[in-house]
Design a protein around this ligand. Structure first.
Ligand SMILES: *[C@@H]1O[C@H](CO)[C@@H](O)[C@H](O)[C@H]1NC(C)=O
Ligand SMILES: *[C@@H]1O[C@H](CO)[C@@H](O)[C@H](O)[C@H]1NC(C)=O
Ligand SMILES: *[C@@H]1O[C@H](CO)[C@@H](O)[C@H](O)[C@H]1NC(C)=O
Length: 417
């Protein structure tokens, strides 16, 4: 085969060579020429370039396989072309020559590494830190003597995992359907599937999903959990489940529905003979302020710490109405305490006779506080006194008092959307 070398056109760009072999023989023996040609045709028919179809997750490493098999011809060069998102025009970017070895053609990109073996007619190339811009078709070309170029195309497909998060839509207690939470699977390729596990809320909430495709070929899928923000759904645990081929396993984000509501059922509980605490249900948690309507708080005689009002000394100056205001960004509600000190300096008088608890409840009176009062016979007395004074019907019972800042275990989600 050595003598065939002289027949190769010298110099020039190998990419310009036609795949069919050009013979420029000045041979006087036509029979020999015919024999050579038929030998070439026989050889070309048998050889094959084996490639592949590769899929890789963004950021990963992939081998673009390329191997010449069943060739008896002389290998002159292996070269690579690409047509990718980044290089929409065919781009010759890599060659491997028997003597000079591998080299970049139009600028270096060290993410590519030759992992084949020229002598074994293996042109495989490794690409690391793969990005979306690398997606496309790679062409591996074996330049043989005498038959010329033989190539195969290797499609490179990119997978991009979604970035998942669940956003609290801060639904406000009400009777209109609103979005309770939104689950987003951003920038994935192919598009991600998003679903909700809602357990026993099935039929009470539903999911609405839509997706947007970006110019770079990724898709963002957004699914909102829609329902009426009732007390029933408050504190309910749901799960957003995202599936995508770029993820090794499905992604589950657990979310607790938080219905927002203003302070309600403000109650004042007796903590000790001289200390009172303001209680309310609210989401987010209420902040409390104590004051005396139409009067200033006697700074030296009382201490206020958040929800707690404590009397430090006793005097009839302290007599009167005290107001606790509970508020959050959705509203405010009030509770009242009436203090009456009978004999000026007697601290023991903090008992029933010395103190009249006077509770005016704006809105609904809490069942919880009534229960708390019934725990102590002494306080029971106060409650009775208070009942006589205050004709406010204690209308709400258990049913109305369920929405509280409870820490009870959220219900399990089983069903799905
Ligand atoms: C390559 O594989 C991907 C995914 O496995 C497939 O979607 C695509 O159609 C294949 N392409 C070719 C050219 O076979
Ligand atoms: C691939 O990415 C890693 C981490 O970002 C970096 O350390 C490394 O140098 C990169 N490799 C190449 C060949 O660019
Ligand atoms: C694709 O485009 C979107 C929107 O412009 C962007 O948020 C995202 O990061 C891009 N993804 C990649 C992998 O470049």
């Amino acid at each position: 085969m050595e003598t065939h070398r002289v027949l190769m056109p010298l110099g020039g760009n190998i990419y310009d060579q036609p795949s069919t072999f050009r013979v420029s023989v000045s041979c006087n023996n036509m029979l020999l020429s015919a024999f050579i040609l038929s030998l070439i045709l026989w050889c070309s028919n048998a050889l094959q370039v084996i490639g592949g179809n590769k899929t890789v997750v963004q950021g990963g490493t992939v081998i673009l396989p390329c191997k010449l098999i069943d060739s008896t011809e002389l290998l002159n060069q292996i070269s690579w072309q690409r047509k990718t998102r980044n290089k929409p025009q065919t781009d010759n970017f890599f060659t491997i020559l028997p003597i000079n070895g591998p080299r970049f053609v139009n600028g270096d990109d060290h993410r590519f590494q030759f992992v084949g073996n020229f002598n074994e007619e293996n042109g495989s190339l490794q690409l690391s830190n793969v990005t979306l811009l690398d997606e496309g078709v790679y062409t591996c070309i074996f330049t043989l003597f005498p038959s010329g170029n033989h190539k195969t195309e290797i499609p490179l497909n990119l997978l991009v995992p979604p970035v998942t998060h669940v956003k609290d839509d801060l639904p406000i207690l009400g009777d209109e359907e609103v979005s309770l939470a939104t689950c987003t699977a951003a920038g994935s390729r192919p598009p991600a599937k998003v679903r909700w596990l809602i357990g026993t809320l099935a039929g009470k909430v539903r999911a609405t999903t839509n997706s947007t495709e970006h110019a770079n070929g990724t898709t963002t899928t957004v699914s909102s959990l829609v329902g009426v923000p009732t007390r029933e759904v408050h504190h309910y645990e749901v799960q957003c489940v995202v599936t995508n081929p770029a993820l090794s396993k499905e992604e589950t984000v657990t979310f607790t529905i938080q219905v927002q509501f203003s302070p309600r059922d403000v109650n004042i509980s007796v903590r000790s003979t001289d200390s009172f605490q303001c209680l309310t249900a609210a989401n987010p948690k209420a902040t409390f302020t104590w004051n005396r309507p139409g009067n200033s708080l006697p700074q030296s005689a009382v201490r206020v710490e958040g929800a707690t009002l404590q009397f430090l000394s006793m005097s009839s100056d302290l007599n009167g109405l005290y107001q606790c205001e509970a508020s959050n960004q959705y509203g405010r509600d009030h509770g009242y305490l009436y203090v009456h000190v009978t004999s000026g300096t007697c601290t023991a008088c903090w008992a029933i006779l010395g103190l009249l608890l006077f509770l005016i409840v704006i809105g609904v009176a809490g069942a919880a506080i009534a229960w708390k009062f019934s725990q102590s016979p002494r306080i029971e007395e106060i409650r009775k006194v208070f009942r006589r004074y205050e004709k406010t019907p204690t209308k709400s019972q258990e049913g109305d008092a369920v929405v509280e800042e409870t820490e009870e275990a959220p219900q399990q989600a089983e069903g799905s959307l």
